[in-house]
Design a binder for this molecule. Structure first.
Ligand code: ZN
Length: 70
């Protein structure tokens, strides 16, 4: 099982796309929407509809809480 390189959601077996760049890095995309956004150089963390965005905002909130205590 792999996660989409853009939105972070789980890919089901035999679904989605695998993209191998010239430098050998492998990226997985669950849908063309993800691949197109990634092609444009966007990060999944910038978009509300991705799983990565939710994860990232939670992490940021925790960090902010720590800073306030210090
Ligand atoms: Zn995706």
């Amino acid at each position: 099982m792999h996660n989409c390189s853009f939105c972070g959601c789980e890919l089901r077996p035999a679904s989605g796309k695998m993209f191998v760049r010239n430098d050998g890095r492998v990226f997985y995309f669950c849908k063309s929407k993800c691949q197109k956004n990634w092609d444009m150089g966007r990060s999944g963390k910038e978009h509300k509809w991705t799983k990565l965005y939710k994860k990232d905002t939670k992490a940021v909130k925790k960090e902010e809480g720590k800073r306030e205590k210090d």
